[in-house]
Design a protein around this ligand. Structure first.
Ligand code: FHN
Length: 479
């Protein structure tokens, strides 16, 4: 049998495709085996594209994808769901939050009645976006679905959604649009664990509306279908922020599959490490066996930074709970919140600060006040946060240090009694001044002990005064 030229080309193309390595996410975009056959002008349709394993991304490609996150440093978390209706109260307790169904063991048939009362007529997406932007936040992560299983958007996969309420609008669409109007990235928090869905394997005894048997092979396609709606109807998204990964039905393998699935929907989306099983409790950082793009310390800022290429974001509440609690009285001060933001940035991380809106659609006044205080500080000092990297030296007792190209920023929380900062580093300082008043020069001197900075007699910001050092050449940490 004589082979025609085109047959030889096709055989060659098929041989090449068969030998091609598994398709990997490339910087120029995904390369798929089928492309080889097409390139050879094959007469038969291209081979089915091999699924892309996005976990095999190069460090350079990941750094490009993470660049906005690594620059922006500061976002708003919003926990908003049916738990805002009881607002922490059930039985003789008033200290619940978003876990009220679980902790109060509320029968789901009772919990469903909250949907009839969720009518946030005072919700104003532009007001929310403006408060985030004015606080200096660059992205918003909104709970699409928390552990209660309630979808904040009109999902087609279930009737346990905003369409069950009298609200009659899509708050997710409204906030996504407001974020784009105000130049904020929009992102979702999505709980893997689902206390409502009958197929979620660890079904609760008080789920008295679930029928049939649990089945993760049914639940996972349901979850993927909802995630597809979120990415395709409200995207492009900055982040898919997973949570609720700690129970036994969820596995590392399922996390890798879900990571690849979501990235196949939007390849440049960021996905946190709670998509898999890697986070070590509240410290939130992988011990190397996880999957996901960044670590998620919770209610804490790590004691030190991490190696280059390790991305992380500390998430925190302003009070005790993530979801709205009407009797909340343990609010962190604005000073504490500003210090958490600076502390995270000084270690090369991000800060995701939470607001729990009311069932009427309002931010609590205490949250509004703190956001405004943070905004006043960021208005003067944001250059010492955005685009900065971790301090070149250990955390000093008087405050924190961030750096950016030829700048060092000294965030002074508590000035030493003698008004002298001694930094164990060698630097050629061209200029030193207060960010709050660039005309006010600050004296520095290089001594054998290190770089001495003499503070002005009074510091303009009692929470954190920032001194900018413009340097020339290398900044070297001294032993
Ligand atoms: O159980 C949730 C909790 O309600 C909240 O959403 C936090 C936010 O990071 N995550 C889980 C606890 O780690």
């Amino acid at each position: 049998m004589t082979l025609r030229r085109t047959d030889c080309l096709l055989l060659a193309a098929l041989a090449l495709a068969a030998a091609a390595p598994p398709a990997r996410a490339q910087s120029a975009g995904p390369v798929q085996a089928g492309a080889t056959a097409r390139a050879a002008g094959a007469l038969t349709p291209a081979l089915p594209a091999a699924p892309i394993d996005y976990t095999q991304e190069s460090a350079e490609d990941k750094a490009r994808r993470m660049a906005w996150f690594n620059h922006d440093r500061f976002g708003m978390f919003i926990h908003w769901g049916l738990y805002a209706v009881p607002a922490g109260a059930w039985g003789d307790r008033t200290d619940y939050g978003e876990w009220i169904m679980e902790q109060a063991r509320i029968p789901v048939s009772e919990y469903e009645k909250f949907a009839d009362q969720f009518n946030p007529t005072k919700f104003d997406a532009d007001a929310w976006a403006r408060m985030a932007k004015d606080a200096g936040m660059k992205y918003i992560v909104l709970t699409s679905k928390h552990h209660e299983g309630f979808a904040l958007w009109p999902t087609k996969q279930s009737d346990w959604s905003i369409e069950r309420t009298p609200f009659g609008r899509d708050p997710v669409a409204e906030l996504a649009a407001a974020c784009r109007r105000h130049g904020l990235r929009f992102a979702f928090y999505h709980s893997i664990m689902d206390w409502y869905h009958p197929a979620w394997e660890t079904r609760r005894a008080w789920n008295d509306v679930a029928t049939g048997s649990t089945n993760m092979e049914e639940y996972i396609p349901f979850m993927k279908a909802q995630l597809k709606e979120l990415v395709e109807n409200y995207g492009p998204l900055g982040i898919m922020w997973f949570d609720g990964e700690w129970e036994s039905p969820w596995t590392h393998e399922r996390g890798v599959d879900l990571y690849n699935y979501v990235r196949s929907l939007q390849p440049d989306i960021l996905i946190n490490n709670r998509v898999g099983k890697g986070r070590a409790g509240m410290s939130g950082m992988d011990q190397g066996q996880g999957v996901g793009d960044f670590g998620t310390p919770e209610q804490e800022v790590p004691g030190t930074g991490f190696a280059p290429g390790v991305y992380w974001e500390s998430c925190m509440t302003m009070g005790d709970t993530w979801g709205y609690n009407a009797t909340e009285d343990n609010w962190k001060s604005s000073r504490q919140l500003i210090h958490h933001l600076i502390d995270a940035a000084s270690k090369g991380g991000n800060y995701l600060l939470n607001v729990g809106p009311t069932a009427e659609g309002l931010f609590p006044q205490e949250s509004i006040d703190r956001l405004a205080d943070i905004g006043r500080w960021m208005k003067v000092n944001s250059e010492a946060i955005y685009g900065t990297t971790a301090s070149p030296i250990a955390t000093p007792a008087w405050g924190r240090i961030t750096q950016k190209r030829d700048r060092l920023y000294l965030h002074v929380f508590d000035a030493p009694a003698d008004g002298q900062l001694v930094l164990p580093l060698q630097a050629n300082v061209r200029r030193a001044y207060l960010l709050a008043d660039r005309r006010q020069a600050v004296t520095t001197a290089q001594t054998p002990a290190g770089l001495t900075v003499t503070l002005p007699a009074s510091l303009p910001d009692a929470d954190a005064t920032v001194i900018a050092l413009e340097t020339r050449g290398a900044v070297t940490a001294l032993d």
